[in-house]
Design a binder for this molecule. Structure first.
Ligand SMILES: Nc1nc2c(ncn2[C@@H]2O[C@H](COP(=O)(O)OP(=O)(O)OP(=O)(O)O)[C@@H](O)[C@H]2O)c(=O)[nH]1
Ligand SMILES: [Mg+2]
Length: 210
């Protein structure tokens, strides 16, 4: 079964690595190092009883490696395009990344989630929620959320939006059609994996925290 590839894009320092680590490991660091490229491989237990491999790709925020970004976009299934709400330039750059994705994947490509991180920095906000909503519609982008990796706010929601869409999509059906017969064996294949994320748990947790 083909792994699902979720690619994180966004300019330097918007919080891509912090978001992924907060979600996967529950940790947050005030000081981080610039990422070159890092892949996290997880197993997700989907509500239809299928174990799905998910590759989360954390990319480099700087513009030094455009060729690498092109490859990541070509091979990605879903994109999380991040900006920091206290950094207007990072929002403008996020829109450029969205355009780049659409140029490569096609104008009709919709699997892009815009994420405004660092909402804990209320006093330093440079990008309002309203503005992003208006701009997103203009750019034909429909998924948007705001987060704080620092305060652990909306971290689950972010992955949930993507996984929910995937489960309902034809891709999931086609990919998993033949696997369902042997799904009782599937857990053993992933026995070595230390952690599994249940989407039902995610829904439950989200309902109980909001
Ligand atoms: N206040 C606040 N700071 C955050 C938040 N998320 C990340 N940071 C801080 O922002 C800085 C950069 O975070 P990273 O996660 O390394 O950002 P990145 O997008 O991975 O950066 P590159 O790998 O260089 O592209 C770090 O000092 C983090 O502690 C947040 O939600 N709120
Ligand atoms: Mg990083």
């Amino acid at each position: 079964m083909k792994p699902l590839r979720i690619v994180f894009l966004g300019t330097n320092g918007v919080g891509k690595t912090s978001t992924i680590r907060r979600f996967l490991y529950g940790t947050f660091q005030e000081k981080t190092e610039e990422t070159l490229a890092q892949s996290y491989n997880e197993t997700v237990f989907l509500p239809n009883g299928i174990f799905q491999q998910v590759h989360i790709l954390d990319t480099c925020g700087s513009d030094e490696f455009p060729a690498m970004r092109t490859v990541n976009i070509k091979t990605g299934d879903y994109f999380v395009v991040m900006y920091a709400v206290d950094d207007r330039k990072s929002f403008e750059q996020a829109l450029n990344f969205c355009e780049e994705i659409k140029e490569i994947k096609g104008k009709e490509f919709k699997r892009i989630l815009i994420v405004g991180n660092k909402i804990d920095k209320k006093c330093d906000r440079e990008v309002s929620t309203d503005e992003v909503l208006r701009t997103s519609i203009k750019h034909d982008l429909f998924w948007f959320t705001e987060t704080s990796a620092k305060l652990n706010c909306n971290m689950r929601c972010l992955f949930q939006i993507i996984l929910r869409h995937y489960v309902k999509s034809d891709d999931c059906f086609v990919e998993n059609r033949n696997v369902s017969k042997c799904r009782t064996y599937t857990p053993n294949r992933f026995k070595h994996k230390s952690r599994k994320i249940s989407m039902q748990d995610l829904v439950y947790s989200l309902c109980n925290t909001s």
